[in-house]
Design a protein around this ligand. Structure first.
Ligand SMILES: *Cc1c(COP(=O)(O)O)cnc(C)c1O
Length: 496
């Protein structure tokens, strides 16, 4: 049986997985969701002996049912290969009683590689399956990590072009350098004079611009999205929770069917939603602990039932989580509304018009599996310093937000026994200055690359290849534009 997908704002039109992947966002502005979450009908004893690639196949084949086995295995093999610096792909590291799931061993040393190394292959396969003749133009707004991971994934992939917009003053120097040095004739990187939400809104507008769509079609192009709203990014992320669970079982850390908790440093709500999907497939996850930084719109949502983005946008040292509109939350809202298109559409209209919405008590009751909290900047720095001093293990600022929230969770609930996975979403080498300053403010006097070497020495880990590569790389992209100019920039790049 084929699993079909529909929009969170219209469930009358059904799409296959490959059609949903190709479209990215539904025409009505909604997000594609599967009609139901398939169950993971594979025993943990079997999973325990599987490689990452085999586990990914088990998970993805349940969702992407219109892909043949050969197509899917081919996509997986091309994605999770020697681009990753460890055969485990996503290793688990125990530190201070928690299990850090290191999702940063891919080409850009952040967790977005987990999905963006496979999305280009899923997209190209989907295009072939649906007889698409146009070239695919990927439009992406990034708060830092998505941009580089998407560029790395799509660079020189035939039949695609990729255009990335980032907030000019809203990403770390290393993040910016990684993007503007990207090679590949099909890549284009633009800084905008605005914040991430403005970049994202600008991209969404272009997706919904039917006149622009027609113009592009004539020129042989069509848009697609690599942002975490694409179902082709969300589903591959489910795999690492299954993989991590099976590894904990294999290593004797947990018994059969033992419940674990998961802590996720959250921005756009994609990573934690993948954990929620894993739970709904049947993986024994207890609490889904949603960790925010000072842009704590999600913490407030879980505490009050009101999502309200009308607040100051705060630039923090965990910039990939500096987000006021968590796009993927719409998939959860739709679900807790009982897959009710009208109810979800109304709430999203409230969000667009008022910048806020309130869910019903009935909906709130279905959020019992979630625990939300946040770490401020001082708490985040303290979490890095403490873990380093106690265990010698150095985590990045995003992961530290999660570590800080995990401590608050334990203190608030007394649940100290449940084995817990903390999603470790970036290498500390990606946010070197913030990480080193947290350990000791004296490091602020050093240059970026001196800090890299010092971090390598302190943490006793080699400098990742991704960092070595940008030391002397040439800047290849220097376009900067106003938010309003985004469509013109796109047309110019495509020669339309
Ligand atoms: C994107 C990102 C996050 C947030 O993940 P979401 O899926 O958007 O919630 C957290 N940490 C890092 C390092 C990221 O790049």
């Amino acid at each position: 049986m084929k699993l079909m997908y529909s929009s969170t704002r219209n469930d009358e039109v059904k799409f296959t997985a490959s059609q949903a992947i190709l479209k990215g966002l539904a025409d009505d502005g909604g997000l594609f969701v599967p009609e139901c979450i398939p169950s993971l009908d594979v025993s943990v004893d079997k999973l325990a002996n599987m490689s990452y690639q085999e586990t990914a196949y088990e998970v993805m084949s349940r969702f992407f049912t219109d892909f043949t086995e050969e197509e899917l295995k081919n996509c997986i093999a091309k994605a999770y290969d020697s681009k990753f610096d460890t055969e485990e792909i996503a290793p688990l590291v125990e530190a201070d009683g928690a299990y850090y799931l290191e999702l940063f061993h891919g080409p850009t040393i952040a967790f977005k590689d987990m999905a963006l190394s496979i999305l280009p292959h899923l997209l190209i396969t989907s295009a072939r399956k649906n007889n698409v003749k146009n070239d695919i133009v990927i439009l992406t707004a990034t708060s830092g990590d998505t941009g580089k991971a998407a560029l790395a994934g799509f660079a020189d992939v035939e039949g695609t072009k990729i255009i990335v917009f980032y907030p000019k003053n809203g990403v770390s120097p290393i993040q910016e350098k990684q993007m503007v040095t990207q090679k590949g004739a099909n890549t284009f990187v633009v800084g905008i004079k605005g914040n991430f939400d403005q970049a994202q809104t600008g991209v969404k507008k272009m997706f919904n611009d039917t006149a622009l769509e027609a113009e592009l079609d004539v020129a042989g192009y069509q848009f697609s999205s690599a942002n975490s709203i694409n179902i082709g990014r969300l589903i591959p992320q489910v795999a690492y929770y299954v993989y991590a669970y099976a590894k904990l079982y294999k290593n004797g850390v947990i018994g059969k069917d033992e419940t674990i908790n998961v802590v996720v440093p959250t921005g756009n709500f994609g990573n934690i939603l993948a954990a929620f999907y894993a739970k709904n497939m049947g993986l024994p996850i207890g609490k889904l602990i949603c960790a925010s930084n000072e842009n704590k719109v999600l913490f407030d949502f879980f505490s009050t039932g009101t999502y309200d983005k009308n607040r100051e946008f705060i630039l923090t040292n965990s910039p990939s989580m500096d987000i006021l509109i968590s796009s993927n939350l719409e998939r959860l809202i739709y679900r807790i509304a009982g897959n009710d298109v009208a109810a979800n559409t109304k709430l999203m209209a409230d969000l667009a018009a008022e910048g806020k919405y309130a869910i019903t008590d009935e909906m709130r009751q279905q959020l019992a599996d979630f625990y939300g909290n946040y770490s401020n900047e001082a708490e985040t720095a303290e979490a890095i310093k403490k873990l380093y001093e106690d265990c010698g293990y150095i985590i990045d600022t995003h992961t530290a937000v999660a570590a800080g929230v995990y401590d608050k969770y334990k203190a608030a609930t007394g649940d100290k026994e449940t084995k817990t996975i903390i999603a470790s979403t970036a290498s500390p080498f990606k946010f070197t200055r913030s990480v080193m300053n947290a350990i000791d403010p004296k490091y602020d006097a050093m240059s970026d690359f001196e800090l890299v070497d010092e971090l390598s020495r302190l943490g006793n880990v080699a400098v990742p290849k991704a960092i070595e590569e940008i030391r002397n790389a040439q800047v290849l992209h220097d376009t900067v534009c106003e938010v309003e100019e985004m469509p013109q920039v796109v047309k110019k790049f495509l020669g339309v």
